[in-house]
Design a protein around this ligand. Structure first.
Ligand SMILES: Cc1ncc(COP(=O)(O)O)c(C=O)c1O
Length: 372
């Protein structure tokens, strides 16, 4: 059989058998809605959801009552803005700060407010020569959006120091961390970081699509951005309502139950992975020897990103596809870092637990053939 190499883990992970089995078992043998029934079958689903919330909370150093299930990182990042809008936490005089490491989903919801004249000003924090956010460039601002690891460069940012610097300038700054790539490679500790909001997607760590995590530190402080079943405790005679406490307040409607049930299995599987640094390092060393290749990442980065002299990234991606190698090419929804590097796009290879040394040797050999 022809070799097929999936080396696009940073876009989405292949699913571990344990995740598939947990979801199949639930769908086949014990499916019911969550938070709706009182029979044993339904309450077992509630227990499973509560268990997933606990596992996620432990995973990032939080408490279960601060974990809201969303449909993914993009949903979470947009919802943060909507949650802040619900009670007008910002106005035309407010400011926000971003960096060129941001994925479109982290920055565009804020720039959209700016375009609509609903928020006053945007700051862009500087990056140093190693593409780390320059702590000295963090401004006094009302909101700070931090990409904890760029999906192009794969370098973990010092989130704790960044937030500490922002709080020194404005103790009331509201911080939003996009941990979509960071979560795959490094331990998150929301308490140590002292962030207000943090998001990631389940599908990038081996869970199914359609499930994401939104951590909210001061969860009782904020009002819901969505309304529906499961989030109201009582409608009063005078027409007012009493909301449920904690995450339920932000979880209107039926949750992606099956995906939530698979999530702890993904977290368990991820925690046993060595991170694939040996594979990235091997490719880095081999591709460094090819003259036409300009590598953008460092040898200890969590991914390998490069460009090729005289070859469009999309052409290269198509040629790799002919050899059954699946990688990411283009601007990767990270336009700002590409603009900063004066590039239209780049080529990214990212590995997961399914990748082997055999895979990377095949990939390097194929790249040599294409580039020669
Ligand atoms: C850094 C970063 N943030 C946000 C996202 C958006 O994730 P999703 O498409 O799962 O919502 C991605 C996806 O590539 C990402 O890499």
């Amino acid at each position: 059989m022809k070799k097929n190499v999936y080396m696009d883990a940073a876009a989405s992970w292949l699913k571990p058998q344990s995740v598939v089995e947990s979801m199949t078992d639930f769908l086949t043998n014990s499916y019911a809605n969550a938070g709706r029934g009182v029979c044993e079958r339904a309450t077992r689903v509630d227990d499973l959801i509560a268990n997933s919330r606990r596992v996620v909370a432990d995973f990032i150093g939080a408490k279960p009552e601060n974990i809201v299930f969303t449909s993914g990182a993009t949903d979470g990042l947009n919802r943060v803005v909507n949650i802040l809008s619900a009670q007008s936490w910002y106005n035309e005089k407010s400011t926000f700060a971003v960096s060129d490491l941001d994925h479109h989903s982290a920055r565009l919801p804020w720039e959209n407010l700016l375009r609509a004249g609903k928020i006053g000003k945007e700051f862009v924090c500087d990056l140093d020569e190693n593409f780390n956010i320059n702590i000295d460039s963090i401004p006094k601002t009302d909101f700070l959006i931090i990409t904890a690891m760029s999906n192009v460069l794969g370098i973990p940012q010092d989130v704790e120091s960044i937030i500490c610097a922002a709080r020194t300038k404005n103790p009331n700054v509201i911080t939003v961390v996009d941990a979509s790539q960071f979560v795959v490679h490094e331990k998150i500790d929301v308490k140590k970081w002292d962030c207000d909001f943090l998001v990631f997607s389940g599908h990038k760590i081996g869970a199914d699509t359609g499930i994401g995590v939104l951590y909210i530190r001061d969860i009782e402080k904020y009002s819901p951005d969505k309304f529906g079943g499961g989030m109201i405790n009582k409608i009063l005679d005078n027409g007012n309502w009493i909301l449920n406490n904690g995450p339920e307040k932000f979880e209107a409607g039926t949750l992606p139950i099956t995906q939530i049930i698979g999530l702890p299995y993904a977290i368990d599987y991820l925690s046993k992975w060595n991170g694939g640094h040996d594979l990235i390092k091997y490719m880095y060393d081999e591709l460094s020897k090819i003259q036409q290749i300009k590598i953008l990442t460092s040898p200890d980065s969590c991914m390998l990103t490069f460009v090729i002299d005289g070859m469009h990234t999309l052409d290269f991606g198509a040629l790799m596809g002919v050899h059954n190698i699946c990688i990411r090419v283009g601007n990767m929804c990270a336009s700002w870092i590409h603009k900063m590097l004066n590039l239209d796009g780049s080529i990214r290879m990212s590995v997961g637990p399914w990748n082997t040394m055999d895979d990377v040797k095949y990939v390097v050999e194929t790249i040599r053939k294409i580039v020669k």
